[in-house]
Every structure is written in structure tokens, then in C-alpha cells.
Design a protein around this ligand. Structure first.
Ligand SMILES: [Zn+2]
Length: 315
């Protein structure tokens, strides 16, 4: 399998979850073996950051990455879209300290990346494969991983809420499955938490346009849910994004119970610390057909513009 980047540069603007202000993001193609690279622009220049488990500095309101000098918040849904669509190499330029929250899902990012188009590169894809079973648990929550030739997730959540209860979803996450079954699932929160955050000047950009908000009985959003089990789908989407900070794509089968950004990150740090025991870097085989005969392009897919993405700009 070949490494992949995007074909064209694309940009979008949106509201920052933390600040409530407009932020701009530019996605550019990147050379082979770049991985996911953030270019954080500020008045004093540009600093670069490649996601790693230990660079996750905050998982409270959203996932933030920091390198000691700069930080970037609300990265999880873009990382999920990049990894979910099988993009190995991309440069993400940001002016400001957070990515736009868009509609609280990964749909706008999938739309934008498909508009950019994907480009197959020459070198083979590298992955980090789970080589033996591992169980990582804390406070009754767990992530179990076993060797598997792909990225399969069996996710279960349990909330004492009449609309959520226990939800389970098992998916082999491929680009098509990510786009159809996960990308549109929005983040969710409870009204009492939203009120607390706003009262304390936090999540100023958070509202019913970018989250499913629940009171004691049901959903406050007038349009209701996008999937009957949107909650577990969003948690699985988050898991895809959280695993992307490993750098290379992970290969394995994951059984996850009641986890979240913090436990997902602790799991990755443990994996990294014990890499010799549980992980092996592999280079995926290239197809045997002659490269000249293989189609060089993947045409961008035509999709309706999702809510929350008003003006994607081809640059
Ligand atoms: Zn999320």
C-alpha cells in the first residue's frame, strides 16, 4: 500500500471552541515520510509540531498538543478525519491556538479533504502493528488490543441517561466506513456542564451548532440525532483521532469500554514505553501491478456541503 497525501491546498475558517473567535486553517500536501505536521503561525514566526503521545498536554475540554513553546487545541476531529481517510502525510497550518470546531463532528474535515483530493505517493506506507495482546485498564474502563491486519474497533459506552444507556459498535475502520458511519457523529455534552463552562468563561464557542446537548430527559437540539447511536459513534471517531497521535497508523483490533481522551492517551503512552514488547514497525507491501499501470489519482468525491462549512476555498 502506498503512502498518501492530499492533491491540492485547501483552507477553511470556523469558530474556535475555546475562544469563540474565528480561526483559520490551511491544509497542504506534504512529502513522503512527513506524517502529520502542524505549522503553528504566530507574530514571532512559525513553529512545527508532529503529534506524539507525550505532546498531548490537555484532554479536558478538547485534545491539545504542545511542544513546550506553542500549543494547539481541539485537534482530535481533524486528526480522526486525516487518519480515517488513510492520509499519511499532510501539513496543517494554523493561525491562532486552536482548530475550528465546525459542527462538532469530522464531516466538514472529510468534505474538505475530499475536495482537496488524495494523491498516491511512491513510497510504501509504514504502520505500527500490535504484536501481542495487551489490556490497559483504569477505574473499570479499559482498552484491550490484539494483533490484527487492519484497524478494527469494538467500542462500548455506558451512561446513566435514558437516551444513551449502553451502546456498542464494532467497525473495521476503512476510509469508506469512516466517511459514512463515523464522520457525521457529533460530540455531546450535558446541559449542566455547558452552563458551568460558560459561567466560567470556558467553551465560549460551544453551542447547539457544534454539539449534541442533553438535559435530564433528552436532546435539546431541535433537529435531534444524526444516528440513533450517535454517541458511541462519536466516541469511536474520537478513538481514531486519539490513536493518530502515535505518528504512524496503528494496526490492531481494539476493544474499548467507557474510555475517553485521557485514558486513550495513557494507553498510547504505555504502548510507547513498552514498544519493544507490543509494537513492530512494518512497511506495507506495494501492489504487484506495475506502478505505471496503476491509476495515479484518486478523484475527489462530490458531496453536499455539510452544515458548519460555508466556504471551503480551493487555493
Ligand atoms: Zn470528539
Amino acid at each position: 500500500m502506498h503512502q498518501t497525501t492530499i492533491r491540492n491546498t485547501v483552507r477553511c475558517t470556523g469558530i474556535g471552541l475555546h475562544s469563540g473567535k474565528q480561526v483559520e486553517m490551511v491544509l497542504r500536501p506534504a512529502p513522503e515520510d512527513t506524517g502529520i505536521l502542524f505549522a503553528l503561525r504566530s507574530g514571532s514566526g512559525t513553529s512545527f509540531l508532529s503529534p506524539k503521545p507525550r505532546l498531548v498536554v490537555d484532554t479536558g475540554l478538547a485534545t491539545s498538543l504542545g511542544n513546550g513553546h506553542d500549543h494547539i487545541a481541539t485537534v482530535e476531529h481533524l486528526l480522526a478525519a486525516v487518519r480515517g481517510l488513510g492520509i499519511d502525510n499532510i501539513r496543517i497550518e494554523v493561525q491562532g491556538r486552536e482548530l475550528p470546531i465546525m459542527d462538532g463532528s469530522a464531516a466538514s474535515f472529510v468534505y474538505l479533504l475530499n475536495q482537496a483530493g488524495l494523491r498516491r505517493q511512491t513510497k510504501a506506507r509504514k504502520v505500527l502493528a500490535i504484536t501481542k495482546p495487551i489490556v490497559f485498564s483504569r477505574d473499570g474502563k479499559f482498552v484491550k488490543a490484539t494483533p490484527h491486519d487492519g484497524f478494527e474497533v469494538n467500542y462500548t459506552i455506558q451512561f446513566a441517561h435514558p437516551l444513551i444507556g449502553r451502546q456498542n459498535l464494532n467497525l473495521e475502520v476503512t476510509p469508506d466506513i469512516f466517511a459514512t458511519d463515523l464522520a457525521k457523529a457529533r460530540t455531546f455534552g450535558f446541559l449542566r456542564e455547558v452552563e458551568y463552562l460558560h459561567a466560567n468563561g470556558l467553551a465560549l464557542g460551544g453551542n447547539l451548532d457544534n454539539a449534541v446537548v442533553l438535559d435530564e430527559f433528552g436532546v435539546l437540539n431541535t433537529d435531534g440525532l444524526r444516528y440513533p447511536d450517535e454517541f458511541v459513534r462519536h466516541k469511536l471517531l474520537d478513538f481514531v483521532g486519539d490513536m493518530a497521535v502515535m505518528g504512524l497508523p496503528l494496526q490492531g483490533r481494539f476493544e474499548v469500554f467507557a474510555s475517553g481522551h485521557a485514558l486513550n492517551n495513557s494507553f498510547l503512552r504505555y504502548l510507547e514505553d513498552n514498544a519493544a514488547e507490543y509494537l513492530e514497525e512494518r512497511t506495507l507491501e506495494l501492489p504487484t501491478i506495475a506502478p505505471a499501470a496503476a491509476p495515479a489519482k484518486v478523484a475527489p468525491k462530490q458531496q453536499p456541503v455539510p452544515a458548519g462549512l460555508r466556504q471551503p476555498v480551493m487555493a
